[in-house]
Design a protein around this ligand. Sequence first.
Ligand SMILES: Cc1ncc(COP(=O)(O)O)c(C=O)c1O
Length: 700
Amino acid sequence: MSRIIPIIPDSSSSLTMSESSVAYRDGPQLGADGKPLPLDFTHHLSEVTKRRQASLIKKYYRFFQIPGIKNLAGGLPNTKFFPFETLEAQSAKPERWQPTPNHPGDKDSNKKDPAAAEPAHITVPTVSGEANPMKKVDVATALQYGQANGYPPLLDWVCKFTRDHLHPDAPYSGGPDVILTCGSTDGFAKTLEMFVNPWIDGLNDPRERPGLLCETFVYGNILSQAEPKGVQIVPVKADAKGMLATGPGGLEDVLKNWDVTKGRRPHLMYTVTLGHNPTGFVIPISRRKEIYAICSRYDVIIVEDEPYWYLQFPSATAANLAKTGTVKQQTQSAEPEVTKRTVSTGYSFLDSLTPSYISIDVDGRVVRLDTFSKTIAPGCRLGWITAQPALIDRLTRIAETSTQQPSGFVQSLVAELVMGPQPEASLSSSSSPSSSTTSTPSSTSSWSLFRSSSSTTPAAQPKPSKETPSSPGEGWQMTGWIRWLEGLRGMYERRMNRMCTILDTGSSLISSNTRLRATNSTSGTPGDWDVITTTPLYTYSWPEGGMFIWLRMHFDTHPLWEHPLFFARNGEREKTKVIDGPTLSLALMLFLTLKPHLVLVSGGNMFSATPEISKEIGWQYFRLCFAAVSEEDVDAGAQRFVDGVRAFWKITDARVIEKLVEKLGDDLDASGGEALNLMKVMGQAGAAEGMNNLGGWLGC
Ligand SMILES: Cc1ncc(COP(=O)(O)O)c(C=O)c1O
């Protein structure tokens, strides 16, 4: 069952439930449901977060319930004066895209049903007569001030999806709660605010410096958010299965051997575990358990950012095993390793996916970030955070004084899309007054009461628009939403398959030299023979999830590797250094943007957790995004990349490389400045006509 915490537990208390009734374990205590109570993480909260008080206005909420009260207290504009009467959209049917199989070996049917391609129509009415605030979606409530944890019907729906279908096996008592956000970027900003005391070099004690554990390669926006707060980025080594739990550079090694003079031992970890950006791994449950145990031992909060969780590709697991030759011996292991869930999600698609850290979060130490950016659209700026209720309560206080809530336009349209259709009877009519002032379901939020007892009283309600269709709309409901996700996975998985198949064909240069030799009649040795030389250009694994292919380029096999490099300066050719990896990497990126190749990729230094990683290994990697390009351009883009790389490896005249690097300016010392410089050049190149952008330069 989904749960919205009632903010008014009884008429004598104005405390939130989490404030009034949170119980933590400090031993083996169990909750009423027989599960262990979550741990108390107050000691990890930032000083600002500890000082935040719940909004004062909440104390008034109970008065809003008094029957017949004239509410002159709230500072709300009158809904009658909103210029929007309805919000309507042509939308997709959930069956628009064809799923791929949940298990390798099953037949992939990409059959198109013409009816599924037809648009549907959704309408957010002016005023809904629906009595239950968890179902009431209308312009009058959506565009009014709202509660900081989200628009009640959408919050309730997300809560239900999260608790019943995404994480039905959450192990701590009561299970997690949610708060809606303006997307995961906002979710992470709030999480940092909750757990991090800003630290300033020269002003604060170096031993107090906060730290953030993350994978060696990381989604760059996280660094941009954390570093200005003085957070020390602490990279942990990762392999094809994700962050390493043990061994040199692994999580345990980093935490156990922490040098306290460098700062506080990190109490926060940022990780993407299901379709990692940029590397594409899915952390298997066995590795997850090891990492979780170490986080428990060292008291680390896990911030799990999962925009790509539903994009898990069984075909990649099978292809990677086939590539390494293990699939024949171990047919069974072509299945991705998924826990046997103790509780089914209710949907075979969701059951087939590797679950979140929340499924093993016995302490309540996981803060998970979700977003609608990759499932609906990034411009929605809508997402949610899932965590134990006491932490959600702290986040709500942060939201109360920052974003307040995501936009009501977006919340109501998304609610209508995923929850509709609304019952016919509940469509707006001034003769069907809202009964929410008299009936108070246990899950009713105080903000809904606040609204209904003030400016949305029936008398104040505007008449419904004449355009409001008599049809109640065509929303998806939970089953449709999950079918939509399954269809998206199908479309992205097929693209990934196509791009990887083409990349596989071009990953090495094969040259053969036929030598002539007489047959030796005594020994029987054959005469003519070929010497086949294979030059690896790049290696990679098919991504097991997400939107990206992560290639390791073998620049050391380039004919000009470590060849002297000259720059033209003041009309003179000046020798500056040899052609090293970073130089070749930049030159190739630029070369690819020129005609006839016209393809844009992202360089690995953009995702390097630290400048040292960028310098040591970041330049070796390219990230290709198979998501954003059009269907036709998946093949064209991959082929252009392959052809461009092969052409680059045929360059034997160092002056060609010189010309390329000169374009990037004089200062090429493989620093962060280099990446910036390159971004500028690439930005211009990306705008070139006919450019196939596999780089995903905007947003991610
Ligand atoms: C790992 C990761 N987290 C977060 C985001 C941004 O999410 P949102 O649009 O919800 O802010 C992205 C976008 O690419 C991403 O790759």
